[in-house]
Design a protein around this ligand. Structure first.
Ligand code: FES
Ligand SMILES: [Fe+2]
Length: 360
């Protein structure tokens, strides 16, 4: 990997850092360059807190959840004594992933290939037929462990284990999540979208309502006119939020919020939230799972849950084709950075954060 290529790409993005009224969008190669994506994996996803699960999925001892963090396979477990561990889900023998299920319960983690077996804190407990391997000491073999934190109902993992706790990184977001009772919400349904485009296309689409006028003309725009959206100031903290006014009586305003790099949530005041679980897999491919949560007083209201899941399906089905078209256009030899509307302030904020991370 060439450092000079990354420095050149960072330099090509300098006009993104200008004040909003002069700034441009990201240069197209930042969406397409495999080297840039490899460095994003390290500097953006593997050196910060990334939401990997909800605490409710790991409430009981022996429960586990698997996830990937920009392609890095991990398994999070609740040990018998109630502690959370985030472990590499890669076998120390020949590197098969150990746990295949999305979630479940187990007393140990057994690799299906040659049945090396690990305890829930990652130590190798059994390795069949290894008695003739000279000097092999299974007591010295352990799955790599990552930092893990629980915060407002999320289980966050930081591949960089020297990280400060999440609540210290974003005190204002801590207050906002308390105000909206994010720790209490209950999952009521999930939509899955394989997303064959770069992850930043999804983040930028999520973080502006300028496109309501074009893409959601008959759905969101009549209720939440994009031109009346506004950004919540967040100072130096690594997140941004686009707030809305509702012009239809009885429809609660919503906030589209992103804690960088990839915790995307839409909060509907007094009702619940949708977590857009965005997992970048390769430079041109991500997976998006939209999980809908309601406040506990509505959690048994199936009709409300269905209505919100269906509403999100309609909205996201409108976003999919425009994200595809953006990805296609960004691959053109004639694509270049464009100018930015004041309604895109949150995407501008995201770009500043991204470029600062990539300049390290
Ligand atoms: S790869 Fe896991 S036991 Fe061989
Ligand atoms: Fe949209």
């Amino acid at each position: 990997m060439s450092a000079s290529n990354i420095s050149r790409l960072v330099a090509s993005a300098e006009r993104c850092l200008l004040p909003l009224d002069q700034a441009t969008t990201l240069p197209p190669p930042l969406f397409n360059d495999p080297e840039w994506f490899e460095v994003e994996r390290t500097r953006v996803f593997h050196s910060g807190w990334v939401a990997a699960a909800r605490s409710a999925e790991l409430a009981q001892p022996n429960q586990f959840v698997t996830a990937t963090i920009a392609g890095e396979p991990i398994v999070i477990v609740r040990t018998a004594n109630g502690r959370l561990e985030a472990l590499s889900n890669v076998c120390r023998h020949r590197s098969a992933t150990i746990v295949g299920e999305r979630s479940g319960s187990a007393r140990s983690l057994q690799c299906p290939y040659h049945q090396w077996t690990y305890s829930l804190d990652g130590r190798l407990r059994a390795a069949p037929n290894m008695d003739q391997a000279s000097g092999f000491d299974k007591a010295k073999v352990c799955l790599p462990r990552f930092a893990v934190d629980e915060w407002h109902g999320w289980v966050l993992v930081n591949v960089d284990s020297s990280a400060a706790p999440m609540s210290e990184a974003a005190p204002h977001l801590d207050l906002l999540f308390t105000e909206h009772r994010m720790a209490e919400v209950v999952s009521v349904g999930t939509l899955n979208y394989p997303s064959p485009w770069n992850w930043k296309i999804s983040v930028e689409n999520f973080l502006e309502s300028y496109h309501h006028r074009g893409v959601h003309r008959e759905t969101l725009e009549p209720m939440y006119p994009g031109a009346q959206s506004f950004i919540t100031p967040t100072g130096e903290e690594p997140w941004t939020a686009v707030d809305h006014v509702s012009v239809v009586e009885g429809d609660e305003p919503f906030i589209a919020l992103a804690m960088y790099p990839s915790l995307l949530i839409a909060i509907t005041r007094g009702v619940g939230m949708a977590w857009f679980r965005l997992d970048p897999l390769e430079v041109d491919r991500s997976h998006l799972a939209i999980e809908v949560f309601l406040l506990p007083e509505y959690a048994n209201d199936d009709a409300l849950g269905d209505l919100i899941v269906e509403g999100l399906r309609v909205i996201n089905d409108e976003d999919v084709p425009i994200n595809e078209r953006t990805a296609k256009g960004l691959r053109s030899n004639y694509a270049e950075s464009g100018r930015v509307s004041h309604l895109e302030e949150a995407t501008w904020h995201f770009r500043q954060w991204l470029i600062a991370r990539m300049s390290d």
